[in-house]
Design a protein. Structure first.
Length: 435
């Protein structure tokens, strides 16, 4: 119910009668303030009038006044700037750490609001507000989807910016790590990120014109040249086909030369993984991409269209892996090139966040705008999240739409933040006006 009180305060859904504190002071809420989701008071920089006197400060909200003490606020200096305590039950006075007794406003939760909120919390359906979605006007849907998209881009850009800062401003390496992570396509994402951090790009650059040596370093640093990582039934074939032994010898030489240490191969996942997604194949594709020298970060910044991006990022497996998925096990020969769908996912998950972060970091809006432009021609991702929202009547056409809905699912639906969601707000408001 405390969350519901936050909601009532934020949107000023007060009863149609004058507001008064428990000691008779009239209350006018000019600005409810900014919701705080971190430690500290619930709302910052609120503006209210108490008996005609304007106060600016923080607001704290509890279901019962006794919670002020249960949460230790009476001993916390961060709550000394609270100007009003809002509660449903004022069962005791509230005193700050510096000895100030706070005025208290009792806010009653309307019955319809409590009932509708409890219904949202109880339902196991997803989305919880599915019944009201078709009734929400298109402008509200569009504006909320747009806000969710920017929210997701901001979050992902912050992750990139943090990576760049950790790498002391090395955007090229941050790009390589981000790109590599997304070559894991979810299942092996963490392993590919760890792998990329084990790749000494400065050392590899000395051998950039030698495809075999690049692959030796890439495979070796992945731990995949350890003989024990080859399934027993293929070990004899791996030795006999000569490629594995030559690659292993080359890696041992380069590892000694550059003092390389491979990652733990146990990080790679193979269970229920399609062969074309095996790490050997994906690393071979990254090897070819690196060797081609078409997809450096400077080239990324220059790309203007989705077609240019696809041309830059298009790659295929190196020759040995055209007919193998693991060492020693021949397969039907094909180029094992990235599909259009894979290129789109890499654009969504690598290029767009990097461009947006770069634009924000350097104060250049053109890169942020270009990041958004790259999303528009890409078809929406087809997953259970987008399908369920589409069934509710939400139009899901482009990657912009699907990214917005992924943000909605992860940050609001999964966390039961219905009161902070515009669809949830519309749901409660509609039920309010219908009574």
């Amino acid at each position: 119910m405390e969350k519901l009180l936050h909601y009532i305060w934020k949107y000023k859904l007060f009863p149609l009668k004058p507001l008064q504190t428990t000691d008779g002071l009239t209350v006018e809420v000019i600005d409810p303030g900014t919701l705080n989701r971190d430690a500290g008071p619930d709302f910052f920089n609120a503006k209210i009038k108490l008996d005609g006197t304007t106060w600016v400060g923080n607001i704290e909200i509890h279901g019962r006044a006794a919670d002020w003490y249960a949460h230790g606020h009476h001993e916390d200096t961060h709550y000394n700037n609270v100007i009003l305590h809002v509660t449903e039950t004022a069962d005791r006075p509230v005193v700050t750490q510096d000895g100030k007794t706070l005025p208290q406003l009792i806010v009653e939760v309307p019955g319809y609001l409590r009932e509708n909120y409890e219904e949202l919390c109880r339902t196991t359906d997803y989305p919880r507000c599915h019944r009201i979605i078709p009734q929400i006007d298109p402008f509200t849907v569009h504006s909320w989807m747009n806000a969710l998209l920017y929210e997701r881009l901001e979050q992902r850009a912050q992750t990139v910016a943090a990576r760049v800062e950790k790498l002391q401003g090395d955007w090229e390496r941050a790009y390589f790590i981000t790109l590599s992570r997304n070559f894991g396509f979810g299942i092996n994402g963490d392993a590919f990120e760890a792998w990329a951090q084990h790749i000494p790009l400065q050392a590899v650059a000395h051998h950039r014109d030698n495809l075999f040596q690049i692959e030796a370093i890439f495979m070796g640093q992945a731990g995949l040249l350890d003989f024990d990582t080859i399934p027993k039934k293929y070990r004899d074939e791996a030795i006999d086909d000569d490629y594995y032994p030559r690659l292993k010898r080359e890696y041992d030489y380069l590892a000694h030369k550059f003092a390389l240490t491979p990652m733990d191969a146990a990080a790679w996942k193979f269970l229920r993984l399609r062969p074309q997604n095996f790490p050997h194949v994906r690393i071979a594709q990254l090897t070819q991409l690196y060797y081609n020298q078409t997809a450096g970060f400077s080239r990324l910044l220059e790309a203007r269209t989705l077609e240019e991006l696809h041309d830059m990022l298009s790659t295929h497996a190196t020759p040995y892996w055209e007919s193998h998925y693991i060492f020693g096990c021949p397969s039907h020969k094909n180029t094992k090139a990235l599909t259009v769908g894979s290129l789109n996912l890499i654009t969504i998950n690598t290029v767009v966040p990097l461009l947006y972060a770069y634009g924000q970091t350097h104060g250049n809006d053109k890169y942020c705008e270009r990041a958004l432009q790259f999303l528009e021609p890409i078809k929406a991702e087809n997953n259970y999240i987008t399908r369920q929202w589409a069934e509710c009547g939400i139009k899901v056409d482009s990657a912009s739409d699907s990214q917005a809905l992924i943000q909605l699912k992860k940050e609001y639906c999964d966390r039961k933040y219905c009161l902070h969601c515009r669809f949830g707000y519309e749901s409660l408001k509609r039920k309010n006006t219908s009574e």
